[in-house]
Design a protein around this ligand. Structure first.
Ligand code: HEC
Length: 459
């Protein structure tokens, strides 16, 4: 089972929990909540495995990215540390700043709370907490999502009305309806989570804990599948506290799919299985044939080269799957790595000179972090279904020019920005967040130029 305990909500949760009865010296709560496993240091004894092949990508990876530490230092940390602002930190993205923080991602749940709810990936949805009413007592049901709709603290009954699906209040949508036959109840609403703890005999005990209660008038909508709790002015703080705990939402992105319940969920790093590792999916933009929402990683920096991708894949594939300790000093085993047979397939930057095969992958990997859904500098965007059509708009920097003039790179402002034309406004692209410079390789520029010269087709 994937760990579901993360420090920030844990602390908030402990603060919110009512003092429990059992006071036999030790704090029962600290024991009750399963902490992330502590992985002891292992001696770096794994012997390097000899590689007899001649694939140049594998040879480069072996020479430059020999161990897990090399992978962290040269690939993960390079793409993260120097540029504050697009860097991974503990708030929104996993902390990847040290080799051991990368090790901690093994088996850890992938992030279900980055930015807006609609950008959450089904495969990162955790098991939802459950909700029930105290009076009348109902069977607890898994929470799909919870949201406070702000607005005046209405007493709906006094006004002779009832809340609707978008009315102010605390909205809770459930996986299955609560069995209720009235329109409203004054009751405690209970939030329940399952915890695993180790008892004195060393056995794992699964326990359901009511970790918060909110008492108010609850209105029953959608046949009991949607409840709206009134939030009067004096209750506002209580509701904010409740929401700051980080209630787990089983269908966080509200698309009807409960990722965890439906067995779709994946960890940050799945030992032995790069294809099921969310970190890899964020670098590739896809997982198991599905598009992964959110901007590609690394956000605004050099995309990973083929030897770097190979090191990432082979490191994950070679991780022990039995939970035994990992040492970043171990050599990465390229010889037995299944991806070392055809590392070319890990190329993120496309080949040839077509839009789909080369130009789009180059743009997404090099430009998507600043010209994407969440951030579109200078109103330029390379992501989304209309990315191609948008290339023929006028430039916002020189509005007498179009971004792309098929067949004519010299009259295409996009080409000016890539090639560093002397009359361009602003800087040459791709802007590098660390030093303000930036330029694609000659080979990449030549392929884009050829594509424009050949009519900039949607091919
Ligand atoms: C680190 C962020 C960043 C990256 C990465 C980046 N850009 Fe930009 N881009 C900007 C900013 C900021 C501006 C506006 C200021 C400027 O032009 O210097 C801009 C402006 C532009 C414009 C002008 C749009 C217009 O309508 O006039 C184009 C075109 C452009 N970028 C293309 C690209 C392409 C193509 C790439 C990738 C090869 C890229 N950018 C990568 C930040 C970035």
């Amino acid at each position: 089972m994937i760990r579901s305990s993360l420090a920030p909500w844990l602390i908030a949760l402990l603060l919110l929990l009512p003092a429990c009865g059992d006071s036999a010296g030790s704090d029962p709560l600290t024991d009750a909540i399963q902490a992330p496993p502590i992985r002891p240091d292992a001696p770096g004894t794994r012997e390097p495995v000899r590689y007899d092949g001649d694939n140049p990508f594998v040879l480069e990876a072996i020479a430059r990215l020999t161990t897990g530490e090399d992978l962290h230092f040269q690939v993960i940390q390079r793409t993260c540390s120097p540029n504050e602002g697009v860097c991974h930190n503990m708030q929104e993205y996993p902390d990847l700043r040290t080799p051991s923080s990368l090790v901690e991602q093994i088996g850890a749940p992938c992030n279900s709370q980055p930015g807006h709810w609609s950008t959450v990936y089904d495969r990162c949805e955790p098991p939802g907490d459950r909700f029930s009413l105290q009076n009348p007592s109902t069977q607890p049901m898994e929470i799909a999502w919870i949201e406070r709709v702000p607005g005046p603290g209405t007493d709906y009954r006094a006004e002779g009305t009832a809340p609707e699906l978008d009315s102010p209040g605390l909205h809770i949508r459930l996986h299955s309806p609560l069995r209720l036959d009235r329109e409203e109840y004054w009751s405690g609403g209970q939030f329940i989570r399952t915890f695993e703890r180790i008892d004195e005999g060393g056995r794992a005990v699964i326990e359901d804990v009511t970790f918060a209660t909110y008492t108010t008038r609850w209105w029953v909508l959608e046949g009991g599948q949607h409840l709206v709790g009134e939030v009067r002015d004096y209750q506002s703080d209580a509701v904010n506290n409740l929401l700051s705990v980080g209630i787990q939402q089983g269908d966080h992105n509200r698309n009807g799919v409960f990722g965890y319940r439906e067995g779709l969920n994946v960890p940050m790093v799945a030992a032995g299985d790069p294809e099921r590792s969310y970190l890899v999916a964020r670098v590739r933009g896809e997982m198991l044939g599905e598009t992964v929402p959110g901007t590609r990683m690394p956000l605004a920096n050099q995309p990973l080269s083929i030897p770097e991708m190979l090191a990432f894949f082979c490191w994950i594939e070679g991780l022990p799957t039995d939970g035994s300790p990992v040492d970043m000093r171990w050599p990465i085993d390229y010889t037995n790595c299944s991806y070392a047979e055809r590392p070319e397939e890990l190329n993120l930057l496309g080949t040839g000179t077509s839009w789909e095969g080369r130009v789009r992958p180059l743009f997404i990997a090099n430009c998507g972090g600043c010209h994407g859904e969440r951030l579109a500098e200078a109103e330029f965007r390379v992501t989304g279904d209309d990315a191609y059509e948008r290339l023929f708009q006028h430039s916002t920097q020189i509005d007498t020019m179009v971004l792309l003039e098929p067949g004519q790179p010299e009259n295409s402002y996009l080409w000016w920005k890539l090639d560093g034309h002397e009359q361009l406004v602003g800087r040459t692209m791709p802007l590098s967040p660390s030093d303000g410079g930036g330029r694609l390789s000659d080979e990449e520029l030549a392929d884009i130029r050829t594509w424009i010269e050949q009519g900039a087709q949607d091919n």
